[in-house]
Design a protein around this ligand. Structure first.
Ligand SMILES: [Zn+2]
Length: 402
């Protein structure tokens, strides 16, 4: 069990609970980014609905469908930046398809790519979006991706050597549009309600799983709906909440969950993941963050530069930054993760030299900065405001007449 999760001891506890049948129905996996919370939740979902004993590589019908991330017993909601992983898996696939002659290896690398895409597509399941007026805009994109995916899956290695590059580029663009325009940053109430309906339907003998990623990011209405779901979950449904910030889960929700702590994995383990999963032996990446940054739509240095310029202006003055120019320099905040990275970098770079020489207003601004940045982040993450308008708001808040 959990053979695909490297260097995360808590999975032993999970495996024990599964074997002894002592796993409660509501769980919280918490820990930093890249600590395998989502991978473990997916694997747990496979184990719970396995028709045999859940061994690794099990070929029962349920496990086979889980491997493709197509199980009707699994619902995934919540935000995740899927694009870097899709880009990384695409790059692995394109590299491998040009050199691999062995069919088995070809299937592994193809599955890696398909799973990366489905990790995004799962968040657009009709179960979640039922009744939403956005469906009519989302459906054409989904249709375009699924058509290309069908062609991809039906092609053999020879065909993919010829058309793989173009085919996967088209899929990539559609996925980027889907994530950036339609994947909500926080879980909307209508999705929680749809999940409740789904959970209450008794279907198969197998357990159903709901994974809520970034579960701390919800507005009050969604939280209340989630509480109801936790109070009366369907009999055969396991709910797994994932978060990087356990402290942001409200106590009434927390008290209904069994918590499992995922720790930051040492660099050596992260390097093994890069080698074993993405088969990159270059050793040029110190961590998974470094590795995925390689696939960002612009270099991290540029985000860093813009952040320092904003910081310098805020504390030392100068001409008012041009938000349109920042917007353009930072790839129009596509993917939106770029905006979140910008906020984090502003906080990091804002350590004024000669603090005591700053005017009292600027000193006060320095102490207010974390809450201003946090507010801006929430505007985008919880209230789905556009990053450009929040950037303008941020600049306005930072502008002081010295
Ligand atoms: Zn199985």
């Amino acid at each position: 069990m959990f053979e695909n999760v490297l260097g995360q001891k808590i999975t032993e506890t999970l495996a024990r609970d599964v074997s002894r049948n002592t796993l409660p129905n509501s769980l919280l996996f918490y820990g930093p980014k890249f600590s395998a919370k989502f991978t473990s939740a997916l694997e747990l979902s496979r184990l719970l609905s396995c028709e045999k004993t859940g061994t690794w590589g099990c070929s029962c019908p349920s496990c086979r469908i889980h491997e493709q991330l197509l199980s009707p017993n699994l619902i995934v909601a919540g935000h995740r930046s899927c694009i870097p992983e899709i880009a990384a898996a695409r790059s692995t696939f394109l590299r491998d398809v040009s050199v691999v002659s062995d069919e088995d290896k070809f299937f592994i690398t193809r599955l890696l790519y398909i799973r990366a895409i489905r990790k995004l597509l799962m968040r657009f399941s009709p179960v979640l979006w039922d009744g939403s007026d956005k469906i009519s805009k989302i459906n054409p994109l989904l249709a375009s991706i699924s058509e290309a995916m069908e062609e991809f899956s039906a092609s053999d290695i020879e065909q993919l050597r010829k058309v793989g590059e173009k085919l996967t580029a088209g899929i990539f663009n559609d996925c980027q549009k889907l994530e950036d325009s339609f994947l909500p940053e926080s879980i909307p109430i209508f999705q929680i309600r749809n999940i409740r309906t789904w959970a209450s339907l008794t279907s198969s003998v197998n357990k159903k799983t709901v994974i809520l990623e970034n579960a701390d990011k919800m507005n009050d209405n969604s939280r209340n709906a989630l509480l109801k779901l936790l109070e009366e979950p369907g009999e055969s449904t396991v709910l797994i909440l994932l978060t990087e910030k356990r402290q942001n889960i409200i106590p009434t929700i927390l008290s209904r969950l069994r918590s499992f702590q995922f720790v930051k994995r040492p660099d050596s383990i992260q390097k093994s993941v890069i080698q074993q999963v993405f088969r990159d032996d270059s050793e040029k990446f110190a961590s998974l963050q470094d590795f995925f940054d390689e696939f960002l739509s612009l270099p991290r240095d540029e985000i860093f530069r813009v952040a320092s310029e904003i910081g310098e202006w805020a504390f030392y003055g100068g001409s008012y930054p041009d938000s349109d120019e920042i917007f353009r320099r930072l790839n129009k905040f596509e993917p939106k993760g770029i905006f979140k990275m910008l906020l984090a970098e502003i906080q990091k770079s804002a350590v004024p030299l000669n603090f005591e020489r700053l005017s009292p207003e600027r000193q006060a601004l320095f102490f207010r900065l974390p809450s201003i940045l946090n507010d801006c982040n929430e505007q985008v993450v919880i209230y789905n405001r556009s990053p450009l308008s929040v950037l303008e708001l941020l600049l306005h808040q930072l502008s002081l007449k010295a």
